[in-house]
Design a binder for this molecule. Structure first.
Ligand code: FAD
Length: 474
């Protein structure tokens, strides 16, 4: 069969791949998008961002109803129909993935359902249900993403030992759930199951949960987890697991002391590994780092001049919007623009209760890299809006370059922090100073005021907190 000719082939239709395919088509390129899954949208849409946020929304509804008791409103205990919850969540995924397929069609992007494999630097073989198909391309964009890491010692083939993929299916609500890993996925899914009724024990090898977040931002989440989970066990490792009837026997190692416990289910959330195997990359000039991530420069170019790579497969911050931004950069470089990823601000959000969000330089990072910064904070206990939500457990902080007063970083923890962080990202991208933020009138009463007040606090005159005026401003 004659190979199909195209200008751009995109392998993998996650938030990196479909964003790249759509943008390239919008810029007039002939594009083919390859996806091995039945549904488009990648991990993010099918078994990541979207299903987890749907379940977290359900969990928040339960928490909000429970907490309404403080305001004199009492609801009966929730009755949870897991089948309907799953159907609702699946409906969202079906709607969104159908929307992506529709948008591909409207743009003239040809979608081929099958597994891509590089024959050489110019040819991709696609294995479809109907047989093999060959594609000759001018440029390829690899966006094949990542999968949950499953250490060999835990990989018993027992469905009760889950990754996030299975946990998001909500087969049942286990009475006792062990979550291995206190990163964002473990914390988010731990929150879902604890709220649905499981007794959750979370175990983390480090001395903190949410390792990337500043400690003062992670603290309110830890406080929540201490209340909502049965236990949060830091500096502890799981060394072994074994099937024990309908349960999992788990061996823990805390400073060399071994103990055993039984769980109904275990969620292993210890990181993600790149999908770079079985892709035929050895037939191209693409190179990998020692963890299997594809090496790229700031223009998303691999070591093969015809091949670009974006998203989780290139490592770094493994988030959907990072993948979509890299998609735009790859397409712009292909179409002759001088675009680059360097200096791009990628916000991070952890959708726990409360949410944590940050962008730019964190305080911890500044300290580790010996960068001199000034930090200004505004506690949400002083925010009228936070109190009307009955959520004073928040903090807004600004990380500032002392000489120029330029904003280098913004950190937030609190109810809805994920929605607020974009103002920080925008300010940093615009090269805003703290004064710019202080001078921008924010509507009252809103949580966004905490950003303005943190900026005012930098100068010692936030309306709703008192601080001694800075000497150089008196
Ligand atoms: P992916 O989304 O992984 O897509 C890659 C696609 O390539 C897949 O569809 C795969 O089937 C396909 N593929 C692989 N190999 C081949 C091949 N050989 N041929 C054809 N197709 C192939 N990020 C956020 O920003 N916000 C969140 O709230 C968030 N929540 C998450 C929650 C969970 C539980 C998980 C697991 C992840 C979450 N993420 C979140 C991370 C986010 O899902 C990823 O960063 C994002 O999906 C990466 O996009 P991508 O396009 O690089 O790859």
């Amino acid at each position: 069969m004659q190979p199909t000719q195209t200008q751009i082939v995109v392998v993998g239709a996650g938030p990196g791949g479909y964003a790249a395919a759509f943008y390239a088509a919008d810029l007039g390129k002939k594009v083919i998008l390859i996806e091995r899954d039945k549904r488009l949208g990648g991990v993010c849409l099918n078994r990541g961002c979207i299903p987890s946020k749907a379940l977290l929304h359900a969990a928040h509804t339960i928490t909000a109803a429970r907490e309404a008791e403080h305001h004199g409103i009492t609801f009966a205990s929730p009755s949870i129909d897991v089948t309907r919850l799953r159907t609702w969540k699946e409906g969202i995924i079906t709607k969104l993935s159908g929307g992506i397929a529709q948008l591909a069609k409207m743009r003239g992007v040809q979608v081929i359902s099958g597994r891509g494999y590089f024959e050489d630097s110019k040819t991709l073989r696609v294995e479809t249900e109907q047989g093999q198909q060959f594609i000759n391309y001018e440029q390829a964009i690899i966006s094949v993403g990542s999968k949950s890491a499953m250490p060999k010692a835990f990989d018993l083939g027992n469905p009760r030992i889950m990754t996030s993929r299975e946990a998001l299916e909500v087969e049942d609500i286990p009475e006792n759930l062990l979550v291995v890993g206190g990163g964002y996925i473990g914390m988010e899914l731990g929150t879902v199951y604890a709220t649905l009724g499981s007794k959750v024990v979370l175990v983390e090898a480090l001395d903190t949960i949410l390792a990337g977040a500043d400690p003062d931002l992670a603290r309110p989440v830890m406080n929540y987890a201490k209340r909502a989970f049965k236990e949060v066990r830091l500096r502890a490792k799981v060394s072994k697991m074994a099937t024990s009837g309908k349960q999992i026997k788990v061996e823990f190692d805390v400073n060399g002391t071994k103990t055993e416990e039984l769980y109904d289910r275990v969620l292993v959330a210890v990181g993600r590994t790149p999908n770079s195997a079985d892709l035929g990359l050895e037939n191209t000039k693409v190179t990998l780092d020692d963890k299997g991530f594809i090496k790229v420069n700031e223009k998303q170019q691999t070591d093969d001049p015809a091949i670009y790579a974006i998203g989780d497969i290139v490592g770094g911050v493994m988030l959907a919007h990072k993948a979509s931004k890299e998609a735009r950069i790859a397409v712009e470089v292909i179409t002759g623009e001088n675009s680059s990823f360097s200096g791009v601000t990628i916000p991070a959000v952890v959708f726990t209760d409360p949410e944590v969000a940050w962008c730019g330089l964190t305080e911890a990072e500044a300290k580790a890299r010996n960068i001199e910064v000034k930090v200004s904070k505004f506690p949400w206990g002083a925010s009228g809006r936070a109190l009307t939500f009955d959520r004073p457990d928040g903090l807004t902080k600004l990380v500032v370059e002392p000489e120029t007063e330029r904003l280098l970083g913004v950190g937030l923890v609190g109810f809805g922090a994920g929605e607020l962080i974009s103002e920080g990202a925008f300010a940093i991208e615009m090269g805003a100073t703290v004064m710019d933020l202080a001078l921008t009138v924010h509507p009252h009463p809103t949580l966004s005021e905490t950003l303005m007040e943190a900026a005012e606090a930098f100068y010692g005159h936030a309306t709703h907190t008192f601080s001694k005026k800075r000497e150089d401003r008196q």
